[in-house]
Every structure is written in C-alpha cells, then in structure tokens.
Design a protein around this ligand. Structure first.
Ligand code: PMP
Length: 433
C-alpha cells in the first residue's frame, strides 16, 4: 500500500470523495489520486517520494514553473509584513497596472479570490448595468460553479457526465440560455427572439474545459459585434487563458489584432501566481457600476490580499516574451510528439489547439472537436489507459480527457524528453483500449 493509498483512504472519511475539488478524485480515469507534497520547476513529488513531470501546473497558475525563486522571494517578503490587513495596500495598484499594461481594455479592475467569484460578479454587474435578466453561455464552457452557469458546463461536469448540478433552482436555470459553441446562427436566433432581455454573452476566450476548442476564425469578433448591436455586454472569460496564451491572454492573440474588445474580462489562475487571486475588469463606465461608486454590490474579506498580490506581481513581472516563446515552442514540440506516437500506434485522434494550449481528443476521425457535442462523442475511454501509462512513466497529466495540458517556462529539455519518451507506451495502451 502506498502513502497515497493510505492518505486517500483517510481523506474519504474527511471530505466528500476524499477531495476538495472533484476532478482531483481520478473519477474518470480510476485508481488512487496521488497526494502531492512538493512542487518545484516542472516537477511534482508525491507522498511516496515519486517525482513526476507535471502537465497540470496547478491547472494553469504555474506559468513560470512551480516555486519560481522570484515568486517565492516576493511571497516571503510580503509575509514578513503580515498576512492580511483588511485595508487597501500598495500592491493592489501594482498588480492592477501590470494587468492594464497587458490588456488595455481593462480600464478598471476589481480583485477577488477565485475565478468563480470573478465570473459571478461579472454576470451580476452585466445585469445591473443593462437592467436585463438573461445570460447566454455556450455548452461545454466552464465559468466556475455559480448556479446560473452550471448548465452544460464542461470541466468536472463533463468528466462526471453531469448535465448540470442538483441544487440549482429551475428559476435560476431559466435565466441562462445555453447555445452550441462556434454557432453564429444559434446566437443570431437567440438575439432575434430575446434580444431586449439579454444582459450578456459570456464565453471562454478559447474554451479549454471540454478539452481545447479553438473559436472559429472571427467567432469572438462576431460575439462582440452582436452584443454591441443589441445593447448587451460581452464577458470574455480569460480565467484560464489570461496571461498564459500570451502577455495579453487569448484576447491579445485575437481581439488586439482584429480590433474588438469585450466589455468585461475575467482573470484567475496566472494572475495570482499560485495563490488565491482572480479579477474582473473592463470598461470604466461598466466597472464603476460596482459598489462603492455604483449600485451593484460585491465585496471580499481577503480581496487584494497582500501575499497573493505579491505572488501575482512577481509572476506577471517575470512573464516575459521569452517565457511565452518557450512555452509556445514546448507546446508545439509536444503536440507533434503526441500526434506521431498516436499515429504510429494507429490511434485516431485530433490535437485540439488554441494558442499554446492543447489537448487530445480520441476517435474524432481527424474532423476535430468544434463544440461540446463533438467533445462528448469522442472515444473518451481511450484516455484512462493513456493517462495511467503516462503516470507509470512519471508524467502527471490532467486526470480527464476534457482538460487542457499545461506547460511552463520550467519545462526544460530533460522534462520534455521524459514526456516524449513516455508517449509510445501510452499510445499503445490507448490503442488497446
Ligand atoms: N473560468 C474558467 C474558464 C475556468 O477554467 C475556471 C476554472 N478552471 C473558472 C472560471 C473558475 O475558476 P476557479 O476554479 O478559480 O473558481
């Protein structure tokens, strides 16, 4: 019996499913979740002393690699001055300015503690600003666990094959229109029918919670044009993509070039460098509707926490062009290696990519995945043997086919070679499934 086995056995009597976030339970891949005790560079070490090359990167935050010396030093320095002041601090402004330099559409920002809070506040703000009630979301997009956005929500709900969540009232669910992703006609129809009631369209800048699904060329621009034409807001959820797919997030790769800007952005993960910080930001006119200047209430005991701000400032400061160039190149190299291993093993698949984010979908006859229906139709059962073969070889992948693979600036040649060497056996395991 391993230490992880023992810890999981105990945890099951302490926490529902033994975990504090569902996908960690290995529900769809089976086996015992590894209990981690250390994270440095591209590596995680479990309670049994096994060291893995990590392709989860804390689900995104560890852009620079785990325990980057500058981030750890900034956190130590902040901790020495106290953990939480319950008052404004200089570091909040520093992080705000770093965000605004990268994403000029952010004219005002509010720090919160989780991505869920950011999207929840953005939705309330959109309703408060427009005086309308309906929100449009796309099937397969995950925006956190707020009641109104759990319908067809991807991420752990896709992993556990749940259509939505128990505990959400019918009245709340009825205020969300769920549309197929990448489908302009469906959005036009929704606006034709309910245009004067739609407060906002919320979308992942590039969906990565049904596996990675790139927006079709011009899709986000279309969302921006359509919302503007109908007096609704566009909320671009960059919790996962923000400061990861490039200095300006996925918007920086698309909107900045195509000439559109959403009304509101949401950020999380990288912005806190591994500590609990997230944010929403956008047009000043909309953001000033938040209390205390405006009538839309939102608050947080630990919002703008000085230690989390220090981690965020250090992370964004060190997220240089070189960091993105490294991650982009590593991502391409890994995509090629995965594709050629699966090809050699005769496994039908598509590499799903958006910027430097990618995931693998099985049995899609190379047509690829364009929406949630495609994602659910794939041969997802091939992932569990693939995952476990990689784990046996010391590679820690996301424990679900519906999640992106995350790289960092710390994934050096040695780490990359370990991953690439492990792929042929995993591809054979997927072929045999
Ligand atoms: N939006 C997106 C796009 C996400 O990927 C996530 C989390 N994976 C969230 C929102 C919710 O963030 P959190 O888990 O910090 O609440």
């Amino acid at each position: 019996m391993t230490s992880s086995d023992e810890l999981f056995e105990r945890a099951r009597h302490l926490m529902p499913g033994g975990v504090n976030s569902p996908v960690r339970a290995f529900g769809s891949v089976g086996g015992t979740p590894r209990f981690m005790v250390d994270a440095h560079g591209p590596h995680l070490t479990d309670a049994d002393g096994v060291r893995y090359v990590d392709l989860v990167c804390s689900w995104g935050p560890a852009l620079l690699g785990h325990s980057h010396p500058a981030v750890i030093a900034a956190v130590h320095e902040a901790v020495d001055h106290g953990l939480s002041f319950g008052a404004s601090t200089p570091a909040e402004g520093r992080l705000a300015e770093l965000v605004m330099q990268r994403v000029p559409g952010v004219e005002r920002i509010r720090m919160v503690s989780t991505g869920t809070e950011a999207t929840m506040t953005a939705v309330r703000l959109a309703r408060g600003f427009t005086g309308r009630d309906l929100i449009v979301k796309f099937a397969g997009c995950y925006h956190g666990h707020l009641d109104g956005l759990l319908a067809a929500a991807g991420s752990g709900l896709a992993t556990l094959a749940l259509p939505g969540s128990a505990g959400v009232t019918a009245a709340t669910a009825a205020e969300t229109l769920v549309l197929p992703y990448n489908d302009e006609a469906a959005l036009e129809a929704a606006f034709a029918e309910h245009g004067d009631r739609i407060a906002a369209v919320i979308t992942e800048a590039a969906p990565a919670n049904m596996g990675v699904v790139a927006p079709a060329d011009g899709f986000n621009a279309f969302l921006s044009r359509t919302t503007t034409a109908h007096g609704a807001l566009l909320i671009l959820d960059e919790v996962l993509t923000g400061f990861r797919t490039g200095p300006g997030g996925y918007w920086g790769l698309t909107g900045a070039r195509e000439g559109w800007t959403p009304d509101l952005f949401t950020f999380g993960k990288v912005i806190g460098g591994g500590l609990p910080t997230a944010a929403l930001g956008g047009r000043a006119e909309v953001m000033e509707y938040l209390a205390p200047t405006g009538p839309v209430y939102q608050a947080g005991t630990l919002s703008g926490n000085p230690v989390a701000m220090a981690a965020g400032v250090a992370t964004l400061t060190h997220a240089t062009d070189d960091v993105y160039a490294h991650i982009d190149a590593a991502s391409l190299a890994l995509q090629d290696a995965v594709a050629s291993s699966l090809d050699s093993a005769g496994v039908d698949h598509s590499i799903q990519r958006a910027g430097n984010l990618f995931s693998v979908a099985f049995g899609t006859s190379r047509g690829g995945v364009r929406n949630y229906a495609d994602a659910q139709a794939q041969e997802a059962y091939r992932y569990a043997p693939f995952f476990h073969s990689m784990l046996e070889s010391g590679i820690y992948l996301p424990p679900s086919v519906f999640e992106a693979w995350f790289l960092s600036a710390a994934h050096d040649d040695e780490a990359m070679n370990r991953i690439i060497d492990a792929l042929p056996a995993a591809a054979s395991a997927a072929a045999a499934a």
